[in-house]
Design a protein around this ligand. Structure first.
Ligand code: ADP
Ligand code: MG
Length: 700
């Protein structure tokens, strides 16, 4: 089929609608809904897996668990209705073995096809059934001629597209592949680099992925380690990296106010703090100060383990802004945390005469109007709040520094929305983002090529490491005794309830009944409950009572995960710990060990444990180091969950998988540097090919 020229767009950018047989407007729409618009989109719509119909497995050789193609004659057909409709077809191939095909959904016409003696070729996974081997819902075909040829290539199985059948989709991809240009016309990476790396051309890689030859390394493909996949992942990661770098350049072209004049105010804050900054806090603050005084917009990520003291560093950065006549904003992901920040900041900053305002969803009516006005007229020098800060109606008089705490809980767009409140002409506010979920270095480089990273890698003195134990749920009575003893000594404990169910409602109910059971079991201890469905004021009052030591045991959902700071609490019990990820467990554990008392974290689990869960719990017992835990989490769970899918769009890679392909990153960085130096025009083409108009960092 000839390709109608469409302006000067290269073939890969041309829309497929009307250019592929079978793709009319209606089908094109269905494909577009799945992001398949151009030839290239189809080339990059890669199979999830492959089915091998290039050979036949004789029935006697078929093993349970094996996925195979078989052929035989119908020996018996049984149609039952006992519990639900059932169709069983016995196939024989002359060997003593019979295979049963089982169907639960079928049409009458299908039943009629299976006449005794008819020849059937089926593909499926064999399993041990009541009467020997069976295949449940295999794909099958009735054979007519005596000798039917086997397929010559593996069948690619594509991610489904709603409203387009798998066979049609396969046809469209094959047609699109027929338009694949010659290797040299398609390639963006210099061929000598590829041969140095031992990787195929893009054309060859795509052809291998869509039409692997029989005998292709299926295990390698399934594991994503085939050179064809590595080749594609490399280019995709390169595109991502280049795009982040380009965004960074765009930001660097803006100017930002030098916050030089605030140095004195920041120094005054340090002087009146009740503690001395750690070396790490001091160093990180100096890194921030250098950025804020440079005249270029800062974009810095501060990583620091739970309890490392990030808030005070943020407060000092805010003083650089305030002392220079600018406003600073601090956003936190939950009301609980935002309110705690607000209290801390007010406590630290009031003696300096700095005005701190508070804005959250629950601030309504007159209070809200007053806050909005103070923010707009500049009376509020520091503004602390939740997502509410990012809303349309919030206008700053002159926002010089936007700080986002626990930034993995926010989306990129929210961070940008806050930043844009201080944007004007060529001016850009400074940005500081903080996270207690340390991100492994490799991943940080990929996810944050546009950020500078500082680490507070030291805890304030006087903390004793938390001892971690895993206990099976059967040992609950012992545990309750332990809580009773701890509370009797004036210490405090958390009991965290978790459920897989995301619904606040269900979790709140579970927490409620745990609370009731524990309160009954501990008559001498004051037990209280916080969960996400409670009114903010109620939550706040309970937290305050816990902080003040009036409550001994706090039963909570994971709402207490971030930021809550009660140094006297020394016992943390996490129920159903096997269901949580490592980073989240580490965060929760970080709620204790904040004071001088030796602290314990009990991971309560329901046996039996899966391998993964065992490894997670073992990791937590072995280390308290958030960075080590993050590395482990990355290898166990992959980056999507670690970073939060909303974070960077990393989860929307087409081919690459950061956990699997992290080893490619050094090559990616070297390639990026070389490309920018030797063929900068190619860099834009690489970005366009992989990220294109859906540039998720547009205007970042
Ligand atoms: P995170 O890094 O987890 O956000 P916070 O900023 O909440 O940690 O600090 C945890 C606790 O440590 C707070 O009570 C804070 O006041 C205290 N803190 C911070 N820096 C120091 C320090 N240098 N010395 C002693 N305590 C500190
Ligand atoms: Mg914090």
């Amino acid at each position: 089929m000839a390709l109608a020229p469409s302006g000067n767009a290269p073939v890969f950018q041309q829309p497929i609608a009307g250019r592929l047989a079978g793709v009319g407007p209606r089908v094109a729409e269905k494909l577009a809904a799945r992001g398949l618009v151009t030839f290239q989109d189809l080339w990059l719509h890669l199979p999830l897996r492959y089915e091998d119909r290039t050979s036949l497995t004789p029935l006697f050789a078929l093993q349970p668990g094996q996925t195979a193609q078989v052929e035989g004659r119908v020996e018996a057909v049984e149609r039952g209705f006992r519990y639900r409709p059932l169709l069983r077809v016995a196939l024989g191939d002359g060997s003593p073995v019979t295979l049963t095909l089982r169907f639960f959904h079928f049409r009458a016409a299908q039943v009629a096809q299976f006449a005794i003696g008819a020849r059937v070729r089926a593909y499926g996974t064999a399993r041990a059934g009541q009467q020997g081997l069976e295949m449940v819902h295999p794909s099958y075909r009735l054979l007519e001629g005596e000798e039917e040829a086997l397929q010559e290539a593996l069948d690619p199985i594509y991610p489904a597209v709603e409203g387009v059948g798998p066979a049609s989709l396969r046809k469209f991809v094959l047609q699109a592949l027929a338009q694949l240009p010659e290797a040299h016309a398609l390639e963006l990476l210099p061929p000598d680099w590829l041969s140095d790396l031992g990787l195929p051309s893009l054309r060859e890689a795509l052809l291998t992925m869509h039409t692997p030859a029989p005998g292709a390394d299926l295990a390698g493909l399934a594991a994503g380690r085939h050179p064809a996949q590595q080749r594609l992942a490399l280019e995709e990661l390169l595109a991502h990296h280049l795009s982040l770098q380009r965004q960074r350049l765009v930001i660097r072209r803006h100017r930002a106010h030098r916050l030089e004049a605030g140095r004195a105010l920041a120094a005054r804050l340090t002087e009146q703090l009740p503690f001395k900054l750690t070396g790490a806090q001091q160093r990180v603050f100096e890194e921030i100060q250098r950025d804020l005084c440079s005249g270029e917009p800062m974009l810095r990520l501060v990583q620091g383990d739970v309890g490392s003291g990030k808030t005070v560093v943020a407060a000092m950065a805010a003083m650089l802004a305030v002392g220079s006549g600018k406003q600073a904003a601090l956003a936190a992901p939950t009301e609980l945390l935002a309110e705690q920040h607000y209290r801390n900041l007010r406590h630290w900053l009031a003696p300096l005469g700095v005005e701190v305002a508070w804005l959250a969803g629950k601030v309504t009516g007159k209070a809200r109007a007053r806050a909005l006005e103070a923010i707009a007229n500049g009376q509020a020098q520091v503004v602390v709040g939740t997502h509410a800060l990012m809303q349309e109606q919030v206008r700053f008089q002159d926002l010089g520094l936007a700080i986002v705490d626990e930034q993995h809980r926010f989306g990129v767009h929210q961070r940008l929305a806050l930043r844009d409140k201080g944007r004007g002409g060529q001016w850009m506010p400074h940005q500081l983002v903080m996270t207690a979920t340390p991100i492994p270095r490799t991943l940080a480089m990929a996810a944050y090529a546009d950020l500078d990273v500082s680490a507070i890698d030291e805890l304030p003195p006087g903390r004793t490491p938390v001892q971690t134990v895993a206990l099976s749920g059967e040992r609950r009575p012992e545990l309750i005794e332990r809580i009773r003893a701890a509370c009797a000594e004036g210490r405090q404990a958390y009991w965290v309830c978790t459920l897989i169910d995301d619904s606040d409602e269900v979790i709140a109910q579970a927490a409620q009944s745990t609370y009731e059971a524990l309160a009954a079991a501990l008559p001498d201890t004051r037990v209280a409950l916080v969960h996400g469905r409670m009114k903010a004021a109620e939550k706040q009052a309970t937290m305050q009572a816990f902080k003040d030591g009036q409550v001994g045991l706090l039963v909570a959902t994971t709402v207490i995960e971030v930021g809550v700071d009660v140094p006297n609490a020394s016992l943390m019990i996490i129920e159903n710990a096997e269901r949580l990820g490592l980073s989240q467990l580490h965060q929760l554990r970080g709620r204790v060990g904040r004071g001088a008392a030796a602290s314990t974290c009990v991971l309560l689990y329901q046996p039996p444990l899966s391998m993964m869960a065992k490894q997670r719990l073992a990791t937590l017992r072995e280390t308290n180091d958030g960075f080590v835990i993050a590395e482990k989490d990355l290898s166990l769970r992959g980056p999507g969950e670690l970073l939060g899918t909303r974070q960077t769009g990393l989860a929307s890679f087409r081919v690459a998988d950061l956990a699997r392909d992290a080893g490619l990153l050094p090559q990616v960085h070297a390639l990026a540097e070389r490309l920018l130096r030797e063929a900068p025009e190619r860099a834009d083409q690489v970005i366009a090919r992989w990220i294109g108009s859906a540039d998720r960092y547009a205007n970042a």
